[in-house]
Write a protein that binds this ligand. Structure first.
Ligand SMILES: O=C(O)CCC(=O)C(=O)O
Ligand SMILES: [Fe+2]
Length: 237
């Protein structure tokens, strides 16, 4: 896919990434777009993007190597604290590649590839990624919230408050703000989210009372419920 750059050098998000429910926050939305410029061999160590957002990344100059893992497959050589608030990748990008690249490529779920000038990559909500500039590179990246992942974002704002990032200081309760705005602009969706939430808490109570073993199933992702992206969202605490 190509990034459309206009005559004045401005750009539009590729059409398939234009649905962005954080747009309801207007100028209260968290930071969401960056120009990334780096020399050959620079890049980003393994991370997930903030607030369970998805991202697109368009290479304007140069090329980038990407290696990615789905939300519940830990890349080898990367460790997180129990609440996922601290990501420890004890090695530089180069050392990680020398020590773990081959193992990572054999790990199920691993995806890798190179984006050349003019190409755009999608990083779905919750996916781990490491990126290396193969040449001096310039890229534009933007975080967004498609409808298919709004459940994960609401869940993150609700249950990972200490890890929320990018909002201005005057936004004291991002969850309440987001749900309030969704209710105004997407009333049907807000009702769906609410119903989904009620389902989850009913299920939690049911598990606590009658089926301790199934809690383990839920944590391992053996079955799922809810909003459509649950397989990729956080297990119940
Ligand atoms: O180095 C890059 O282009 C990747 C950047 C990235 O993953 C991010 O900004 O979250
Ligand atoms: Fe990222």
């Amino acid at each position: 896919m190509k990034l459309e750059v206009g005559p004045a050098g401005d750009y539009e998000a590729p059409s398939c990434f234009q649905e962005d429910l954080f747009a309801v926050l207007g100028d209260q939305r968290p930071d969401h777009r960056w120009l990334i410029i780096g020399p050959e061999r620079s890049g980003s160590t393994f991370h997930k993007d903030p607030n369970a957002t998805s991202a697109w990344n368009a290479v304007v100059r140069g090329s980038k190597y990407w290696i990615m893992f789905p939300p519940y497959i830990m890349p080898p050589g990367v460790f997180v604290s129990d609440d996922q608030s601290e990501v420890t990748s004890p090695l530089s990008i180069g050392e990680w590649l020398l020590s773990f690249h081959e193992e990572a490529r054999q790990t199920s779920g691993c995806l890798e590839g190179v984006c050349e000038e003019g190409e755009v990559l999608h990083v779905p909500s919750g996916w781990w990624h490491l990126v290396v500039n193969l040449d001096p590179a310039i890229a534009i990246t933007q975080n967004f919230v498609p409808r298919s992942h709004v459940g994960s974002v609401v869940d993150f704002l609700d249950r990972k408050r200490a890890q929320i990032s990018g909002f201005k200081d005057d936004v004291t309760d991002p969850l309440e703000l987001f749900l309030g705005r969704l209710k105004e602009e997407y009333p049907g969706l807000a009702v769906e989210l609410k119903r989904d939430d009620a389902d989850k808490s009913r299920k939690r109570k049911w598990e606590e009372v009658v089926a301790p073993a199934s809690v383990e199933n839920a944590s391992s992702g053996a079955f799922s419920f809810g909003f459509g992206d649950d397989l990729e969202s956080e297990p119940e605490d």
